[in-house]
Design a protein around this ligand. Structure first.
Ligand code: MN
Length: 140
């Protein structure tokens, strides 16, 4: 299992490759606000653990194992953003909150949160009922 920090790197590398077709050390450093030397170090570790293949002058590619986990990490991040947005968390808090919690939930909890999001999405009246409670709590 990747550590939280490894997860952040795999997630960003996956997103960069999806968006641009490649992931450079400098792009990864910028996306994660870390020093390029930290990226090089982590990329070597991820290579050793077979999440990616890194060649110094050619760049890096995710292995099937890296791609699979990358896809799940991006899904997890997006699902949690969707949940927080849906329950009315302010936009300005959403990204930092998701970064704070995403590594600390089991995949079981993620799947159940997926059910919950679906529960609300399938019927607008459920969201309205939640909104009503929130309005009531605000007054109190
Ligand atoms: Mn994330």
């Amino acid at each position: 299992m990747p550590t939280p920090s490894m997860e952040d790197y795999i997630e960003q590398i996956f997103i960069l490759i999806e968006d641009k077709g490649y992931a450079r050390v400098s792009d990864i450093a910028e996306a994660l606000s870390v020093h390029p030397s930290s990226v090089t170090k982590m990329v070597q570790k991820l290579d050793k653990d077979e999440y990616l293949v890194y060649e110094k002058y050619r760049g890096l590619i995710l292995t099937p194992k890296g791609k699979k986990i990358g896809k799940r990490l991006v899904y997890r991040h997006e699902l949690l953003e969707q949940l927080l947005k849906m329950i009315g968390v302010k936009d300005e808090n959403i990204y930092a909150d998701v970064e704070g919690i995403e590594h600390h939930l089991s995949w079981d909890a993620i799947d159940r949160i997926g059910d919950l999001v679906q529960f609300f999405e399938e019927d607008q009246s459920r969201l309205n009922a939640l909104k009503e409670i929130q309005n009531r709590n605000e007054v109190e």
